[in-house]
Design a protein around this ligand. Structure first.
Ligand SMILES: Cc1cc2nc3c(=O)[nH]c(=O)nc-3n(C[C@H](O)[C@H](O)[C@H](O)COP(=O)(O)OP(=O)(O)OC[C@H]3O[C@@H](n4cnc5c(N)ncnc54)[C@H](O)[C@@H]3O)c2cc1C
Length: 450
């Protein structure tokens, strides 16, 4: 029996597609491997505490997506002021960089070197346009080598787990496009709102109960008419004559074939290719094996104190500090922790199977407490609880040279007439929530137009 559109994955991308299709009266079935909906944008409820998988701010330049989210939230959301810092050299620096401490806080000699390096790079870029491919090339050309070494090198290598000269500049261009030292300085001096520079925005939208509220509302709306199967993994995607026919799902070892007329996939691109039945040619399997994701371990420490910081995020770039980033959910919404208590969500960027990923939970918790004490944020006597989560495929990894195998895989998939590939892991793009939602909306429109 044809069940209409089969949506693979109930993250924001898949849920957005399913919501629009369901609202327009089309039959839709959503299949999600996890027990909860929301994917990377879910909110964990842990006793009286709530936290996102790394703080998720909602921000967009797309009016349609902004309206979509505001409508889903019934216009009940908070406007949060961003206040972030970088901890290095045993000091807290403002983030985004402010000229006052980012440049002049470094001491006169380093400041002069930073400015002369920057000037040299700008003149060089003016005379010989850069054909650099890596993150290192891009940042050095836009900020100079001194600032690259101080502010970008260690943090980027911590996030990505590979050297900056192996990270494709496409990522940094997507991530901090429009940002250069000149603009950062202009922003610092004139206190622009940063609306034209994605990474510098001063305020953002946040649902009172955590970012997962967007997905929960979408879920409620979809389930008024259609089905979402959670704890159900898609194991096979069957095709014939360039048309996808059905999926094989597995729920607690109960396998079922579900037929559909359209298939919208937000599951990781590499997984999608590997579950195709019959399998793709060897050259596609080879191309997909060259695409990698970066994984994440999150350790949340619950603390018997009203507040620890007044920050949205705290970035920890230094190599001898294993935590990459921290956020205190109570600074995003008061409802995230009970009165008199708070929690710190600590992100460790890693690869599945590496030393961090494989550490047992107890060791991760005790090491996190130790590190938080080391930077004077907490005292171990205040800790009341802890939670460890492992999140595979949190970030697509843009290694220099990824583009060629990527294009080959996408071209192959475009041969399937009724397959729509959406979302961050699905399209292997550095998508934020707004892009994920946008891709879901686009796929739903295509199905409705067909
Ligand atoms: C630490 C961190 C912080 C972030 N912060 C921000 C932020 O501040 N602002 C912002 O806008 N964005 C942020 N993002 C990005 C944001 O999380 C993503 O853009 C968004 O959640 C992607 O949604 P998606 O639906 O495309 O993918 P996902 O959320 O990955 O959804 C894919 C779904 O598919 C399911 N799935 C996978 N395989 C199968 C299978 N075989 N069968 C069935 N289901 C399957 C998964 O369980 C998952 O639920 C952040 C991401 C991370 C990792």
């Amino acid at each position: 029996m044809d069940r209409g559109t089969i949506v693979m994955g109930a993250g924001l991308a898949g849920l957005s597609s399913a919501y629009l299709l369901s609202r327009s009266g089309r039959n839709v079935v959503v299949i999600e491997a996890d027990p909860a909906v929301g994917g990377l944008s879910k909110t964990i409820v842990w006793g009286e505490f709530r936290f996102d998988l790394g703080g998720h701010r909602f921000l967009t330049k797309n009016r349609e997506v902004e309206e979509f989210v505001k409508e889903i939230l019934d216009r009940e959301f908070l406007i949060v002021h961003r206040k972030s810092k970088i901890y290095m050299y045993k000091r807290f620096f403002d983030y985004p960089l402010r000229v006052s401490n980012a440049i002049f806080g470094l001491g006169l000699a380093t400041t002069i070197k930073a400015i002369s390096d920057y000037t040299k790079e700008r003149i060089k870029a003016f005379c010989i346009p850069s054909d650099g491919l890596s993150l290192e090339d891009w940042v050095v050309s836009n900020f100079g080598r001194t600032l690259f070494n101080i502010y970008f090198k260690d943090y980027s290598e911590k996030v990505w787990g590979i050297e900056c000269r192996r990270i494709s500049q496409e990522w940094v261009a997507q991530r901090i496009r429009g940002l250069s030292l000149g603009k950062a300085i202009k922003n610092a001096i004139f206190r622009f709102t940063g609306k034209d520079i994605a990474t510098l925005a001063d305020t953002f939208i946040y649902p009172p109960n955590g970012i997962g509220e967007i997905s929960e509302r979408l879920r409620e709306a979809i389930e008024r008419r259609d089905r979402i199967f959670t704890e159900t993994r898609i194991e096979r995607l069957h095709h014939r004559d360039s048309v996808i026919r059905s999926v094989t799902t597995n729920n607690c070892n109960h396998r079922e074939d579900i037929e559909g007329s359209h298939f919208i996939s937000s599951i990781p691109l590499t997984e999608l290719v590997r579950i195709l039945d019959p399998p793709p040619p060897d050259e596609i399997m080879d191309a997909v094996s060259r695409l990698r994701y970066r994984d994440l371990v999150i350790v949340t420490i619950m603390i018997n104190r009203e507040r620890i910081t007044d920050l949205t995020w705290l970035y920890l770039p230094e190599k001898d500090m294993p935590i990459g980033r921290i956020h205190e959910p109570k600074n995003w919404s008061e409802r995230m922790a009970p009165e008199g208590k708070t929690h710190l969500v600590c992100e460790y960027f890693c690869f599945k199977g590496d030393e961090i990923w494989n550490k047992d939970d107890e060791e991760l918790v005790s090491n996190t407490i130790l590190q938080l004490e080391r930077i004077n944020l907490i005292n171990r006597n205040e800790v009341v609880d802890a939670c460890v989560l492992r999140i595979p495929k949190a970030y697509p990894l843009f290694e220099v040279g990824y583009n060629e195998p990527y294009e080959r895989v996408m071209e192959y998939l475009s041969n399937f007439k009724n397959l729509h590939v959406i979302g961050r892991g699905g399209r292997f793009r550095y998508y934020n929530m707004d892009h994920a939602i946008e891709s879901g909306i686009e796929a739903a429109k295509k199905v409705m137009d067909s």
